[in-house]
Design a protein around this ligand. Structure first.
Ligand code: ADP
Ligand code: MG
Ligand code: MG
Length: 252
């Protein structure tokens, strides 16, 4: 079962230090949530792991089964088994959902061992059926003209098709109505297994009503300042973040 370890990760944006030493260990089967006020570095963490060019990692490692992802090219990180679902998925004109997924799946496989078109279509149809997606989405251009809920559902489809070892969801709940939220949550819950770990980044506790995390971490000013179980998320929902600031003597 996989093990994902972030160790002493520091990152800057335009020479400003945003991540000030993040430590986190996620084993297969575990769901971790990171919560925190806006502007605290949560998205920076996700982007730094995936290798977004705006973010410079200045110290630390992020290893999957002992191999440092930060040493890899961006596309290699996905192939190594890391999946990132973002707050605002991008639209890609001219590339259909099916094209995109088939090349992503084949990129993970050895040359000469590509998935056959028939097998791929069967698999995609099966997963789309489970997610109650309209079959026409197979041939729609990626995310183009998709509603917020359709984009999220499509990301869950991508996750199910790619079978990653680590899943990072960055505020996938933002702007979702309750039905779309439940689809996302069901998709995640159905994919919980010993073969996969989850990192769920969220500003609000709402998503965690549907996906019960094993661990909850609070991030403030670029550090994880407190960790606990699901009860920590509930307390943050009812009391906000001020009590943590007071407890730790953090000033705004
Ligand atoms: P969160 O996801 O917790 O809301 P972010 O990681 O998005 O926080 O942002 C952390 C800090 O980095 C904020 O102060 C934000 O203004 C700054 N920041 C984020 N992205 C950029 C960027 N592309 N250029 C400059 N500053 C940025
Ligand atoms: Mg934000
Ligand atoms: Mg963010």
């Amino acid at each position: 079962s996989p093990k994902f370890v972030i160790d002493g990760l520091k990152a800057t944006i335009e020479n400003k230090e945003i991540l000030k030493g993040i430590n986190l260990e996620i084993k297969g089967g575990e769901v971790h949530a990171i919560m925190g006020p806006n502007g605290t570095g949560k998205s920076t963490l996700a982007s730094a792991i995936m290798g977004h060019p705006k973010y410079e990692v200045t110290e630390g490692t992020a290893t999957l089964n002992g191999v440092d992802l930060l040493e890899m090219e961006v596309d290699e990180r996905a192939r190594a088994g890391v999946f990132l679902a973002m707050q605002y998925p991008s639209e890609i004109t001219g590339v259909t959902n099916a094209d995109f997924l088939r090349s992503a799946i084949n990129a993970k496989r050895e040359e000469g061992d590509e998935i056959s078109l028939i097998k791929f279509i069967r698999k995609m149809e099966g997963k789309m059926g489970e997610l109650e997606m309209n079959p026409e989405f197979m041939h729609r251009y990626l995310n183009e003209g998709f509603s917020g809920g359709e984009k999220k559902r499509n990301e869950i489809l991508q996750m199910a098709m790619l079978d990653p070892s680590v899943v990072i969801l960055d505020e996938v709940d933002s702007g979702l109505d309750i039905d779309a939220l439940k689809i996302v949550a069901d998709g995640v819950n159905n994919m919980r297994s010993e073969e996969r770990g989850f990192l769920i980044i969220t500003h609000y506790q709402r998503l965690l009503d549907y996906i019960t995390p094993d661990f909850v971490h609070v991030m403030m000013q670029g550090r994880i300042v407190k960790s606990g179980g699901p009860e920590l998320a509930e307390r943050l929902e009812s009391e906000g973040y001020d009590w943590i600031k007071e407890e730790l003597g953090i000033e705004d």
